[in-house]
Write a protein that binds this ligand. Structure first.
Ligand SMILES: NC(=O)c1ccc[n+]([C@@H]2O[C@H](COP(=O)([O-])OP(=O)(O)OC[C@H]3O[C@@H](n4cnc5c(N)ncnc54)[C@H](O)[C@@H]3O)[C@@H](O)[C@H]2O)c1
Length: 359
């Protein structure tokens, strides 16, 4: 199998560059040729771990045995490095977010066409088990007509103190986590266009970039999605929550299974009210097992190696790339609409021309 593996070089040997190189060691489709980092001490660290470090970007791009380059630098370097690598004849994976805005992205897509090279982005959270369960539930229609989907990640340590806190480097949580959660949300609500976007950003620990946000996406025919990222949250709400006309589902955290509650009988007899200090409520009283059924959906096993497998097969013309240019365009425009909405303090209309056609 080894002789069929594609050689990949990694630009930027920080946290994520290290993750990629570690994953290559048990990959069945790619093998590491080497890394290059602008910071010499990172190259020395790689060498101390037995990884070849190129002496320069030019040397890396000049290595004819390298077919694929993965870019794992701060976000503002994705565009120039991707274009340079494609110009040098390499297929390119850019880390997420693909770049900082739509016009940069169009330049990258144009370079991919001009040089005839594959260009995609590492949207690895397509393999998250919680996302896969939510996508399955929406598509299956078991909860009836879904009208609300909520997706959250909430930490309590502020935004990291590195380039992620700086606007010039493409810092901020919309570009960091937002890009993953938007990609997942449009993967779940796959069958309708977005008509409006409303976003409010937080600046609790960082004035320069958003260190959290609440983003509402209004889809056609009454479906609303909320995406929330926080970095100053000492209690976290559920990772995923979905509500339909005949059921609801919740995934509490990173490791828990999905709890699904389905309504088996709409009409109830003798509802027992909840007694609160201010009075009784039947409307808000929880249902019991007489009219609902509860199920647990275990988390599916997923394999993140499938990302590189797809890239390799796409380079060989054996399948289409999973993370497409249209999808990257759509997520980028949603993020731009989110920034615009936050600036205006109001919802903005969204013309969803990159939404996939669904029969
Ligand atoms: N897909 C994911 O789940 C995921 C997770 C974390 C980070 N990321 C992405 O990976 C990228 C890197 O993030 P990180 O956490 O590894 O950051 P990091 O700061 O840990 O590492 C970045 C590395 O890039 C190097 N670098 C900076 N400018 C460079 C240049 N012009 N040329 C070559 N090397 C350069 C730095 O010296 C550093 O070693 C970002 O785009 C980030 O959004 C993706």
């Amino acid at each position: 199998m080894s002789e069929n593996k594609k050689k990949v070089a990694v630009i930027g040997y920080g946290g994520m560059g290290g993750w990629h190189t570690r994953h290559f060691s048990d990959s069945d489709c790619v093998e590491l040729a080497g890394i290059w980092d602008i910071n010499e001490s990172r190259c020395e660290l790689a060498e101390s771990r037995g990884i070849h470090a190129y002496s320069s970007l030019e040397e890396l791009l000049g290595d004819a045995s390298v077919e694929l380059v993965t870019i794992a630098t701060p976000n503002d370097y994705h565009k120039p490095l991707a274009i340079e690598a494609m110009k040098a004849g390499k297929n390119v994976i850019s880390e997420k977010p693909v770049t900082l805005n739509s016009s940069d992205l169009e330049e990258m897509i144009a370079a991919s066409k001009k040089y005839g090279k594959l260009f995609t982005t590492h949207q690895n959270r397509r393999w998250d088990a919680d996302y896969i369960i939510m996508r399955y539930l929406y598509k299956k229609g078991e909860l009836g007509q879904v009208f609300t989907v909520e997706s959250r990640v909430q930490g309590s340590r502020g935004i990291p103190g590195d380039w992620r806190g700086q606007k010039a480097h493409g810092g901020g949580m919309i570009l960091d986590w937002g890009v993953h959660l938007i990609d997942q949300m449009v993967g779940i609500i796959y069958d309708r266009k977005i008509t409006g976007v409303y976003c409010r950003c937080d600046h609790i620990t960082n004035a320069e970039v958003d260190d959290g946000f609440r983003l509402d996406l209004y889809f056609e025919r009454g479906v609303t999605a909320r995406i929330e990222v926080g970095t100053n949250h000492f209690v976290s709400l559920a990772r995923y929550y979905m509500v339909g006309t005949s059921g609801a589902a919740v995934i509490q955290d990173w490791h828990s299974p999905c709890r699904e509650v389905l309504c088996t009988e709409w009409n109830e007899e003798n509802v027992v009210p909840v007694v609160t200090a201010a009075g009784l409520t039947k409307t808000m009283a929880p249902r019991d097992a007489k009219t609902t059924e509860e199920r647990i959906i275990e988390r599916p096993v997923t394999d993140v190696h499938d990302f590189y497998r797809n890239v390799c097969r796409a380079i060989d013309g054996k399948e289409n790339q999973l993370i497409t240019h249209d999808q990257l365009r759509r997520s980028m425009k949603i993020m731009e609409a989110a920034f615009e909405s936050d600036r205006l303090g109001a919802p903005v209309k969204f013309e969803d021309i990159d939404a996939p056609r669904v029969n």
